[in-house]
Design a protein around this ligand. Structure first.
Ligand code: GLP
Length: 236
């Protein structure tokens, strides 16, 4: 594992964007596993700058996102599809038809999970998976549990996750109680994993996840088993 500590969100974002940019430069049809949350916002802003400077071309790139809230469609400004369009896709030349986010609005969510995994498999997996980490150690929306879940699946969000994510909603009651998330198989098959975390409040969970025992009670700890993982942590 490559654990990099930096002292600012900006440095974290610059480094993360450089790593993703290298993947795209080396493979024009790269498959990018993308994440939402406040952690990757700076990374996306740097990628947009690189694109604007003509350093990057996303024309042949495909993206697959980790997760989506159940019940929110892409027109809802709290949905993760909306987040991706707003914070990245609208500014770059990625083909929107090749940007995938699980659909949390279909009736048969199990079938959606199955076809999402098959789609990732058919793409040959992701070349890089960008991840944030929740305060309880979740990646995507894989919450602490007694076991790791392999497939893309529906999860009931933990109270602490609902609380943490309520900052993006008008009130806590508006936060969906369920989400659909990529499981550990699709995350772990990424050729490279890049996890970014910032803030003093993430320090303890980052230490647990990367220097503690591998346990489904700290879902991100499974990444210790991945052969190419970079963690960038900024205390500020
Ligand atoms: C959400 C997302 C995760 C993300 C986490 C941390 O719950 N499902 O993918 O990593 O929040 O978010 P933030 O980066 O805002 O701390």
């Amino acid at each position: 594992m490559n654990f990099i500590k930096v002292d600012s969100y900006e440095k974290m974002s610059n480094l993360a964007a450089d790593i993703i940019a290298d993947v795209v430069k080396n493979k024009s049809n790269a498959v990018l596993g993308l994440a939402t949350g406040s952690s990757p916002l700076g990374t996306y802003a740097r990628l947009i700058e690189k694109y604007n400077r003509g350093e990057l071309d996303f024309k042949e790139v495909t993206s697959v996102n980790l997760d989506e809230y159940v019940g929110l469609d892409g027109s809802n400004d709290q949905s993760y599809r909306y987040f991706m369009n707003k914070n990245l896709f609208q500014y770059i030349n990625i083909n929107i038809e090749k940007t995938f986010v699980p659909n949390g609005c279909v009736e048969d969510l199990d079938a959606e999970g199955e076809s999402y995994d098959k789609m990732i498999e058919d793409l040959g997996g992701t070349d890089i998976q960008l991840l944030g980490i929740g305060l309880d150690g979740h990646i995507g929306f894989n919450e602490p549990d007694e076991f790791f879940t392999k497939e893309t699946h529906v999860v009931k969000l933990d109270e602490s996750t609902i609380e943490a994510n309520s900052r993006f909603f008008q009130s806590k009651d508006e936060v969906p109680k369920q989400a659909i998330t990529m499981g550990m198989y699709s995350i772990m098959q990424a050729k490279k994993v890049l996890l970014i975390a910032n803030g003093k409040n993430k320090k303890e969970i980052v230490e647990k996840a990367f220097f503690g025992p591998i346990t489904p009670m700290v879902p991100a700890s499974i990444l210790q088993l991945h052969k190419d993982v970079t963690v960038i942590y900024s205390e500020n």
